[in-house]
Structure formats: C-alpha cells, structure tokens
Ligand binder design. Sequence first.
Ligand code: 4AD
Ligand code: MG
Length: 464
Amino acid sequence: MIRTRTKVKDLLEFLDSGSTVHVKGWVRTKRGSNKVAFIALNDGSVIHNIQIVIDVSRFNPELLKKVTTGSCIAVTGTLVESPGQKQSVEIQAMDIELYGTADADSYPLQKKGHSLEFLREIAHLRPRTNTFGAVLRIRHAMSYAIHKYFNDHGFIYLHTPIITGSDAEGAGEMFRVTVLDDKNPPLKEDGTVDYQKDFFGKETNLTVSGQLEGEIGALALAEIYTFGPTFRAENSNTPRHLAEFWMIEPEMAFYDIDDNMDLAEDFLKFLVRYALDNCTSDLEFLNNRYDKELIERLKNILENDFVRMGYTGAIEILTGSGQKFEFPVEWGLDLQAEHERYLVEKHFKRPVILTDYPKDIKAFYMYQNNDGKTVRAMDVLFPRIGEIIGGSQREERYDRLYQRIREQKIPEKDLWWYLETRRFGTAPHSGFGLGFERLILFITGMSNIRDVIPFPRTPKNAEF
Ligand code: 4AD
Ligand code: MG
C-alpha cells in the first residue's frame, strides 16, 4: 500500500503535471461550493499543503461530509497546474478514501492561530500544526547534520550509559533509579535505605552527562562524541531549561582549550549553514510567522568570528557597563543569562566564548591554571540563548585531579575508574557539551524550550 504513496514534498519538487498521484495526509481546511470543493492536505513531508480539487457531483455526499478539518484521507488524482495564485500545482481528485474522521465539534485544532501555551496542553496533537511540523523537521535535520559532521571528521559515536552510579557534574541534581519497594525499603542498621539490596547493588541515577564515560572513549579512540538524553532534577522553570534534554558531547585526546574552541566554532557554524541550506521552507515559515530577524541572525553567525576572552575580562565589561542587572556581577560569581546576553547582544553583537572561569563555580574535572584560582573552562554564548555550549580542557594530571575531588568532597568510591584513566596512559584532552534543544531554539527562533522538543519534561509536567 505504502509504495504507491506520493509524498507532497516530492510531488512539488519532481513531478510534472499530468502525472497520476496517490497522496495521503490530514485535512487542514476544506472550503468550496456545492459544485466544487477545495481541500488543503498536509502529509508532514513539507510545510506546504497540496490543494485537492473535488468535483462534488462525482462523489458520494455522505463521504464528502465526513472529510473535515483534522480528518485523514487518501486521494488518487491527476496533478495539474493550478490556476490559483497560492500554489503552482493541485490535484484533481478521482478517488478519495477516508481513513479517520475528526468530529468538528470536538477536534481541538479546528481553528487556526492557537497560542503556543494552549498547544503545550495538547502535545499529542500539536505535531499536526505548521509550527510543530517545521520545528520537528528542523530537529531531525539537525540530528542528521550532527552525525554527518562528526562522521566526516573521523569521530567515533560512543554510546554512554543512561543509568549511572556517579554524578558527572558533581551538582547533585539527579533522578534516582530504583526498584526498591517505596513503602517498605530494606534498611541498614543506621536506618538509611540499603541500596546494596537494590537492582544494581548500589545507588543509581539517570545520567546528567555522558562526559566521564566519553573521556574513557577519547583516551582509547582519540576522538569520540556522544549524542543522547540527559536528565537534571533542577527545579528551574525557565524558557531555557528542561528536566530531560539531549546533549552532544565530543571528547578529544590531544586537544587543548584552543583546539576545543576551534572545534566548537566550526561545528556550530556547520550546523547553522546546514539549516540555511537544507531547511529553507521551514525557516522561511518560522521567520515570517514568529521572528522576522531569524534568517538574518543565522547568517550573522556565519559572517563573524566568535569573540574569545577570559571570564575576568567579561566581569570588567559587565561592571563597567552601567547596565542594571537583576543578579549581581562580581568576580567569583557565576554569570546569569542576562549577563551572557548583554555581552553577546549589546556589547559584541556576535557569539562569545568565555574561558578561565573561577574554579569554585565549575566542575571538578577542569584543568587547573597556574594562578591557583581559575580553570580552563569554556562557555559558548549565543544571542537570545546565553550559554549554548559548556566545556573545558580536562585535568589530566592525577594528583591535581585527586586533590580537587577531595576538596569538592566528591565520593571517591564512585570515581575510582575515572581516576585510573589518569594513572594509565593519561593524555591532554578536551571536550564540550552542546545542549541540543538550545541549538534548536536558536535555529528555529522559538522562545520557549518546551516548544522545540516533542514531549517536554519540566517540573510538574510529564503528561504525554
Ligand atoms: O554546561 P553543562 O552542564 O556541561 C556539561 O554537562 C559537561 N559535562 C559537558 C561536557 O563538557 N561534555 O551542560 C552543557 C550544555 C549547556 O551549555 C546547555 O546548552 C545544555 O547543556 N543544558 C541544558 N539544556 C536544557 N535544559 C537544561 N536543564 C540544561 N542544562 C544544560
Ligand atoms: Mg554549563
């Protein structure tokens, strides 16, 4: 059955008028008179609908009555040049098969122009809107482009675990994984839960990052990347945070921080260029509908070198700016999105890579500079997003790493294997993590991260 289906995308690109076509999809609108009816059909392959023209006298009126907005149909017909202004071709229907009706009184997408907030409440239906069709196709194209980039550069795709026994970021924001009876868990003598009796014989959580396992890969295969789901139980209800998000984490032996920055910049530019070249009609739709500067902003990324500067210099710019910020700016404090966006959008007007952050606001694994105060961290800051990438050169010296783990009171028993990579054949190495949804936010111009993932997981929200 499926082999005879013509995708609307292909039909618009390749087929000549006169061809017999067999399309299947969902009715966006139906209008017309008692002589002729026009259906706008969308099949998800492309933002554009195909117009189906129906000579009413040739069809069963009962069938046509059931073809309403939201219903699913298959149409066999002839592709003809369209006399209308809005489309180049249309289909003259010969046969219509009805797969599924959508009751006009209860179908939630009966009318156009629903708010994004409302659409979040119907995540099971919102992929049928133009906006989510565009976003989901771009999300797909970006996933493919990421694998293409790394494959073309000789990186190995390493699958790191989702269930882990360690906290990669040392921030304690993890979701517990357990099969113990929540009403009556086995207890140790001191009254605490005895995780030795749990499935894995120890405490386990959903991973916050594949980095530590990625380092194991890099110290054997030289250049690897991970691309998978990561989980954070941080209670941040912002337009840029999800509890479940996807992260791309390359990790490279023999790269120092400068090589790391070069890779991050080249990688991001490749992805933006890929979107401009391959997602044109979806980007044009989003540009017109939501964000008139979207395509310009994407082009701007390709035209400029990213600024590279130290955290200390950034603090000086921010404190000297005369700008009022909600959160304080002071050497030693972490930067908030408002500070990052000031640097990118107001001060430099292009992406910024900040390095050499205070060691106390960064994770234990970062390379320690000789000043005793800073580490070789790097954050890539983007317009509208703030931090899109976080990474660093890694501390490859066993003694320095061990001392930092002790200082930050990270349980050594969970990280003995990580420390051993520094005892046996250690090497300078670096890596970073790109938040996939933050990338998609930037590429699509959407404003809320809940609208760039099909099924967002945020505090108090896991319905679909
Ligand atoms: O800066 P983060 O926490 O860095 C790491 O996890 C490192 N282990 C990465 C590495 O060096 N391999 O997270 C990396 C990126 C951030 O820059 C941001 O884009 C994204 O992941 N991110 C989130 N995206 C959505 N929701 C959240 N709650 C996010 N937290 C981080
Ligand atoms: Mg970070």
